[in-house]
Design a protein around this ligand. Structure first.
Ligand code: ADP
Length: 901
């Protein structure tokens, strides 16, 4: 029954019921006013009719008001209690009155408010209500007490209906003038105002709970309900009205009793036939449209059930009126369970949902909400996200909400994954931006560690620089994230264990779901596992940070105390971070290097700038100085050319005087030979022809004269030879020195033998030279070696030569060594000058010209002569001559004649 009741009709019945309640109170109040002002119309309508008693009027005044209050006030315990109190008053009043009639007593309840006249018409006891009124009050009490959904609406309605029947019966008594219907004559008769008021009140009570009890059918939308609503009032009103008209006609003697009955029956038949036909017609229409609506409904249900979304029809009290199959499937309730539930029971957050629905209902101008998100709660408590759109619909003037909910769990999951991904990308991007802009190495490494920890969802992370000590083991803790530095500081320096090793070896990513289960774990003494106080690690993820040049910069390490935290995605992310970190670290290093280079360059530039600034001044100074030097130079050049000219003049004078000197030397030596020869030959004659005439002294004088002449002759010969080096020079030709030396040795044979000496000659080369002068050269040097021997030691002489490169020119270096007396090296220069001798003439005969001739010959051959010696240790004369010569102009002596020594 419940579900069939139409809210609209129920509401109308409730309104009607409360209106009847208030009407009851108004009528009762009017009667009481009649009593107060003694207006008999208000008390009995017709004077002579029985009056409505004051106590029943008071009761009905209260009852009507209670009924009104009951409908107007939202149902609460106090309203129900109020009705119960009123019902008790009604019951008590009715029963006590009946008791007074039954036992013929007066309990003083009849004239509590107003005194009634003893001569009041149709009144057995002044102020006492009719027994029928008392019965109706008692029945009303029952109706009020039971008309509640939780009590017995059927009982309440039955009592109310009987009251209606009793009231109508009394009214008919008055209408048709049937005295017996108004009650037994011995007792007070029920007044017409009383019957009207109780009828109205009883009707109000009949519809107190319109959707329940036997009369609930009237509130339904069914055909039965419609028929009952239309026919029931007609069935009461028509016969009463027609009966009254018939009686009226009969009283006016328009027709007799039989005709009256026939007329009554006929009128009833006609009216009811019409009413039933009219009713049937409209019911037929309803039926047809309902059938259409039903097939429409079936179609709708089919579509709705097969829609992908859950559909709900909710009234403004959040009661569910319709749910589709999807809703049933998704929520895990049966359809029946759902229709018993309040919509808020399906919401994950009922408060929010209710507030939203209420707001939407209040926004009268909006037909449909834009889609928004909610979470629905399944029967098992699991909640899931839905996209909801709510449309306002109206059925039979009642507003409803049609809610379409689309399960977006899958979408949400994807979305969350995307958002997750996005968040990560953002984080990576943020890291990259920071890394790209960060050149402070410390900060950079900290950023990398923090980012890695955040992105992988690790509890803590660390970056270790790959620093290896001299033992090749330890490395340095650098930065930390997610854990305070103190968490590591109490621990000894971490070492490269089997687990860490691949990271520091640059092998990339290491991921371990549970370190404590890893076979490599706990292999390294002394701890064999995590040192005491170490952060708890089970999930482990690490990555090498490797530079572009494959240098392992360090390692990134992440940990979590729960196992299985890191997945492939974490690996990919951390690999990306490690790459970025490597690049950034390299950049930072490069930057530092570049920075210092830049600083250096800046310094140089600064210096250059300063230099530039002074340059102008310096150029100016320098130009001035150059000009000064130039002037000086010019002066010097003038001086020098003057000097050169002077030199030239001197040179010319010198060679002139040289030539003159040579001529003189030649002439002198040549011309001196003649007188000398004469001295020599005359002294010989003196000795041979006049020896006997000369005494010893004379003879000695002649001999000394001869000696002097001989010495003079040698001197002249040598001087001549010296001057002939230039004057008798022959052109250069290829000369074999071996041959020359052999000839010289042959010439010196006697001297060698006399001295008992020995001359060793090595292989000597050939060269361009004047052969006569070469002979002279070797003759002089070898004979000196033989002459200046030490006393008692036979001379040992060696002649050797080698080719030597002198400034790209091949020269012949000739050495003539002896083991003779030697000389002090300070006299080296002196011995090559003419007439210079180091030893006494008596000890070693000689003129002192020999070495001077040698130097002249060597110089003519563009060579050099020198000597190395130590007194008592022999001497070595070194002659260096070019191997090839260009022939020169041989200086011709102006007046040389052949001279014989
Ligand atoms: P002299 O006619 O005296 O040999 P030289 O010109 O040949 O004249 O030599 C000059 C001097 O050089 C010699 O008087 C001698 O003192 C010294 N002298 C030359 N050759 C040798 C030598 N082989 N050992 C030592 N002294 C030498």
């Amino acid at each position: 029954m419940t579900s069939l009741a139409s809210d609209r009709i129920v509401r109308r019945f409730r309104i009607a019921s409360s209106a009847l309640g208030i009407a009851t109170s108004i009528l009762a109040a009017a009667v009481l006013l009649g009593w107060t002002l003694d207006i008999s119309f208000l008390k009995s309508i017709y004077a002579g009719f029985p009056t409505m008693k004051a106590n029943s009027a008071v009761a009905l005044l209260i009852g009507g008001a209670a009924l009104f209050v009951y409908h107007r006030m939202t149902e609460g315990a106090w309203v129900r209690s109020l009705l119960d109190v009123v019902a008790a008053v009604f019951g008590l009043l009715g029963i006590l009155t009946l008791a007074q009639y039954a036992f013929g007593v007066s309990l003083g309840i009849d004239q509590l408010l107003f005194r009634d006249s003893v001569t009041a018409p149709w009144t057995s006891d002044p102020g006492r209500m009719a027994p029928m009124t008392a019965v109706i009050l008692a029945l009303s009490a029952v109706a009020m007490a039971f008309s509640s959904p939780k009590r017995s609406p059927a009982m309440g309605q039955t009592a109310a209906f009987v009251s209606v029947f009793a009231s109508v019966l009394t009214i008919l008594g008055y209408v048709y003038g049937v005295q017996v219907l108004r009650g037994p004559e011995a007792f007070t008769q029920m007044a017409l105002p009383t019957a009207l008021t109780t009828l109205i009140f009883a009707l109000g009570l009949l519809f107190m709970v319109p959707d329940r009890g036997p009369f609930g059918v009237l509130s339904t939308d069914t055909i039965g309900g419609m028929m009952a609503r239309r026919l029931l009032p007609m069935a009461v009103i028509v016969p009463v009205l027609v009966g009254w008209l018939r009686l009226l006609g009969q009283e006016r003697q328009l027709y007799d009793v039989e005709f009256g009955i026939a007329l009554f029956a006929l009128t009833n038949v006609i009216i009811f036939v019409f009413i039933i036909w009219w009713n049937a017609r409209s019911l037929h229409r309803v039926s047809v449209s309902r059938r259409e609506a039903e097939s429409e409904m079936r179609r709708f249900k089919f579509i709705s059930d097969h829609a992908g979304d859950a559909h709900f029809l909710v009234d403004r009290h959040q009661k569910l009126h319709y749910v589709n199959r999807v809703a049933v499937d998704e929520l895990g309730y049966t359809r029946e369970e759902l229709l018993e539930l309040s919509a808020s029971a399906l919401m994950a957050d009922p408060k929010l949902a209710t507030g939203r629905m209420r707001r939407f209902i209040e926004m009268a101008d909006l037909e449909q909400t834009p889609p928004f998100e909610w979470r629905l709660r399944r029967k098992d408590g699991y909640t899931f996200p839905v996209n909801v759109s709510v449309s306002r619909v109206s059925f039979d003037g009642e507003p409803y909400l049609y809610v379409v909910a689309h399960d977006i769990s899958a979408l949400k999951a994807v979305q969350e994954k995307l958002e997750d991904q996005n968040r990560l990308l953002e984080a990576i991007n943020r890291v990259n931006t920071t890394l790209a802009g960060e050149l402070d190495l410390d900060k950079l490494v900290q950023t990398v560690t923090d980012a890695g920890t955040e992105i992988t969802g690790a509890q803590f992370g660390a970056f270790f620089y790959n620093v290896i000590d001299e033992k090749g083991e330890a490395y340095m803790l650098y930065t930390l994230s997610g854990a305070p530095r103190e968490a590591f500081e109490s621990m000894p320096m971490p070492r490269i264990t089997e687990i860490f090793q691949p990271t520091f070896a640059g092998e990339g990513i290491t991921r371990i779901s549970d370190v404590t289960q890893d076979p490599r774990f706990g292999k390294n003494p002394p701890y064999n596992g995590l040192p005491e106080g170490h952060l708890p690690v089970r999930s482990y993820l690490s990555s090498s940070v490797v530079s572009r040049e494959d240098e392992v910069i360090g390692g990134l390490f992440f940990g979590h105390e729960e196992p299985n935290i890191f997945d492939e995605r974490s690996e990919a992310l951390i690999a990306g971070i490690a790459d970025q970190a490597a690049i950034a670290i390299e950049n930072a290093r490069l930057f530092t290097a570049a920075h210092s280079e830049l600083a250096e360059r800046k310094r140089v530039e600064e210096e250059l700038r300063e230099l530039n600034e002074t340059l102008e001044q310096r150029v100016h100074d320098r130009t001035a100085e150059l000009e000064r030097i130039n002037r000086q130079l010019k002066a010097e050049i003038t001086d020098r050319s003057r000097a050169e000219r002077a030199l030239e003049r001197t040179n010319r004078a010198l060679s002139q005087s040289n030539r003159e000197l040579q001529d003189f030397a030649y002439a002198a030596s040549h011309d001196l030979q003649e007188p000398l020869r004469k001295i020599s030959s005359f002294s010989d004659l003196l000795i041979s022809d006049y020896a006997d005439r000369l005494d010893d002294a004379g003879q000695e004088y002649v001999e000394r004269m001869q000696d002097a002449a001989l010495r003079m002759s040698r001197l002249i010969r040598d001087l001549l030879a010296f001057s002939r080096v230039k004057t008798r020079a022959k052109p250069f030709e290829q000369v074999d020195l071996n041959e020359i030396v052999t000839e010289v040795l042959e010439d010196l044979l006697v001297a060698i033998e006399e001295s008992g000496g020995q001359v060793d000659v090595g292989h000597l080369p050939g060269l361009d030279a004047d052969p006569t002068q070469m002979r002279q050269l070797f003759q002089n040097l070898i004979s000196n070696g033989l002459k200046f021997h030490r006393h008692g030691i036979s001379p040992q002489i060696s002649v050797s030569a080698e080719l030597v490169d002198r400034n790209g020119e091949t020269t012949c270096r000739i050495e003539i060594s002896d083991n003779g007396i030697g000389f002090e090296s300070k006299y080296l220069d002196r011995i090559f000058s003419p007439f210079q001798r180091l030893h006494a003439k008596s000890a070693y005969p000689g003129t002192g010209i020999g070495l001077a001739i040698c130097r002249r010959i060597v110089e003519r051959h563009n060579g050099e002569i020198t000597a190395e010696s130590d007194p008592g240790n022999g001497s070595t004369f070194i002659v260096t001559l070019p191997c090839s010569q260009e022939n020169e102009e041989v200086e011709e002596a102006t007046s040389e004649q052949p001279v014989d020594a």
